[in-house]
Design a protein. Structure first.
Length: 403
């Protein structure tokens, strides 16, 4: 068992070994025990889906994997009819939209909210628990102040309840952890990143869980995400997990972010969300990833010939389908994408950040040559911006300019 702990990726993110937390999606049918646990040793899915996905949660816990069940407190900011029936059944669901930017809640109300929020995750089997986080139209105002108060209240409740202790029926499990959730709109992050580092660094928690809403692949946003995530890690010595940045999560991992959370329907969250009653969809129209282009061929029949040509010219080694033909159907595509995603994380974290950044940059160049030949857009410049921000934080940019 000791050897397994060294061989496997961490069940909770750690600075000394970068990893992927897999967003498993709703009723995906994915066997979590089939994952490559040297890369992924934790899964994530919304706590509102924990009952429907009880088999996956149980399988992960029995295998010794980490389980993250984000509470998605930001849904309380929407009218009840926009939150979905599963969320409405949670104890912390509010009867009316929560207007944290306009109205200050009492300390007692914030504490009760935080307590119910933690309890929902713990009761559903989470091993990594997050604090409530909300999405704001203006950063660094009253809403952000109250999110920080909620995080401090959650930390106090965690200590009082000794939340790190596993439940009595699982007394031999490793300790649980509490991470501060930070939700932010991508368009606001560039101006707020440095101040957010200052404000969240003082929290006494095990780590941070950053969710970017309405993001894009611009250099400006990639730079801001890197400054926030790597800035927090450098200031506190605690791990940051980044979600919501789509394929750019590989660039962040290469530059030293402790963990990313990515997977089907978890790549680019939107706020306000679409209807959540059936928000995970049916799986029809899942884009097929290919490592040679570091991305996916667009969905739809008009791209079938291009997709086939790509797999024929660059056979796939995932082992989930015929190598020279693209995967077909939800189950096969999901298995293919998951194996490829884990392999990409392995490649992005093979050495140290300095070498990993250079290796990824070379892959981006090769992928872009192929993408252009296939009539696809080149990868966005954000792929390089994360590394540039990381180099500045490491002091390498200044040193290079001085030379």
């Amino acid at each position: 068992m000791g050897d397994d702990r060294e061989r496997f990726a961490p069940r909770h993110p750690r600075l000394d070994r970068r990893s992927l937390v897999l967003w498993t999606s709703y009723r995906s049918g994915l066997d979590v025990t089939s994952l490559d646990r040297t890369i992924t040793n934790a899964i994530a899915l919304p706590v509102r889906h924990a009952a429907a996905e009880a088999a996956s949660v149980h399988a992960a816990r029995e295998a010794g994997m980490g389980v993250v069940l984000p509470g998605q407190a930001w849904l309380n900011q929407r009218p009840p009819e926009e939150r979905g029936a599963a969320f409405a059944r949670l104890a912390y669901a509010q009867p009316h939209p929560l207007a944290l930017e306009q109205r200050r809640l009492s300390g007692e109300a914030l504490s009760a909210y935080a307590d119910a929020f933690l309890d929902a995750q713990l009761s559903a089997g989470a091993s990594l628990v997050t604090t409530p986080a909300h999405v704001f139209d203006a950063e660094l105002g009253l809403g952000r102040d109250q999110d920080l108060e909620l995080a401090r209240a959650a930390a106090a409740i965690w200590r009082e309840r000794q939340g790190w202790r596993p439940p009595p029926d699982r007394a031999h499990d490793p300790p649980r952890g509490l991470h501060a959730a930070i939700a932010v709109k991508g368009s606001l992050l560039a101006a707020a990143a440095d101040e957010l580092v200052d404000r969240y660094a003082g929290l006494e928690l095990a780590g941070y869980w950053l969710v970017v809403f309405n993001g894009n692949d611009s250099a400006r946003q990639a730079d801001a995400v890197a400054r926030l995530a790597l800035g927090l890690q450098g200031r506190t010595g605690r791990p940051v997990t980044v979600s919501g940045v789509a394929a750019l999560h590989l660039a962040l991992l290469a530059s030293g972010v402790a963990a990313t959370c990515a997977g089907l329907h978890g790549m680019r969250p939107q706020y306000p969300p679409a209807s959540l009653e059936h928000d995970e969809g049916t799986g029809i129209g899942i884009a097929v990833f290919h490592p040679a282009i570091l991305g996916s061929v667009p969905v739809g029949a008009k791209h079938d010939r291009l997709r086939l040509r790509l797999f024929q010219q660059h056979p796939c080694a995932c082992g989930q389908h015929v190598a020279s033909r693209p995967p077909v159907g939800k189950a096969e595509i999901l298995r293919h994408n998951t194996v490829c995603q884990q392999d990409e994380v392995r490649q992005a974290t093979l050495m140290g950040p300095l070498i990993d950044e250079a290796r990824l940059a070379n892959r981006v160049v090769r992928a872009n040559v192929l993408r252009v030949s296939l009539g696809l857009r080149a990868l966005p410049v954000g792929w390089g911006a994360a590394a540039e921000a990381a180099r500045r934080l490491r002091g390498e940019g200044e040193a290079a300019e001085a030379v």
